[in-house]
Design a protein around this ligand. Sequence first.
Ligand code: GTP
Length: 328
Amino acid sequence: MVFKRPERIPVSILTGFLGSGKTTLLNEILMNEQEERIAVIVNEFGKTGIDHQLVISSEEDIYELNNGCLCCKVRTDLINTLYALIQAVEEGGHTPFDRVLIETTGLAEPAPIAQSFFFDPELSEIYHLDTIITVIDCYHFPKQMHEHEEVLKQAAFADHFILNKTDLVSEEDVKKVSNRLLAVNPGAQIQSGSHGSVVIKDLLNKFSFDLHEKRLIEPSELNSHHLDPDITAIVLTSENDMDMTAFEKWFGRIIDEKGEQMYRYKGIISAAGFEKRIVFQGVHMLFAGKAGSPWKTRGSRKSEFVIIGKDLDYEWFQSQFKTCEKSK
Ligand SMILES: Nc1nc2c(ncn2[C@@H]2O[C@H](COP(=O)(O)OP(=O)(O)OP(=O)(O)O)[C@@H](O)[C@H]2O)c(=O)[nH]1
């Protein structure tokens, strides 16, 4: 059989604090996802991994990345593993796969892993970051979020939250957790359940900028950035076309100056002189952008730029963003 590589292979990152239910969810996905063949990469903390042994024995191949979670070493290991996987398929020594799922350690900040897909241009031609799924332990979350800064950081990166362990808390408590998470990251989708029982088709293939390019945030959610004093989401908007030269210059400057604070950002820009949307997403200083689908009507054109990070001054960012508008 000749391997025909799909346009780009989607990669989903599964993150969440220690014990939140990542492996449980991974097993649910592997047991129930019949249509796709998934290659799994487990990033373990420590030299001898045990997590891969907890993943159900399945048709899938499990690759382990040992040796810590936050350093560049893991990023290099990850990139090498991703290259090795595709090479093995192309040389016929490995069954083709449709998706990669990476389970991070419970203490990991997802940034270095997500950044790999912006960092290495060759790699990002083969793979694309599809979804970051953050699993939340609803029972422990209220305490954990005060005690471990990783918990809210992992929340900041999510495209999709899985509110797990709902069997241990009341509906009202689940609502409180959900409100808290949406205050940090208002654009994310939410599913709740227990033991990883979720609708998997709603979880994968969620790179909404590529696929749907829908509104990033509903207007009713726009003010939620006031709710959290520390890690927050801000949404910059403009009804006027942007001057891309000015925007690129400004964007280069802010990621230089404030990239450390900007955990994750995603944007759709209406650029003067372009019939297509410019879509981009990034993590700290690294980002990737490209032309998206054409705007349907003149009236539908609008730029939206969501930034999730620490101590973001909305008024400052919004006024700066406006200076990139094309003068009429
Ligand atoms: N009550 C309850 N327990 C759960 C649920 N989901 C997972 N667990 C249990 O929680 C524990 C941790 O689950 P894992 O799936 O190993 O969590 P993890 O996030 O992979 O853990 P680490 O790899 O240590 O970070 C296990 O004992 C699970 O059986 C749930 O929805 N409800």
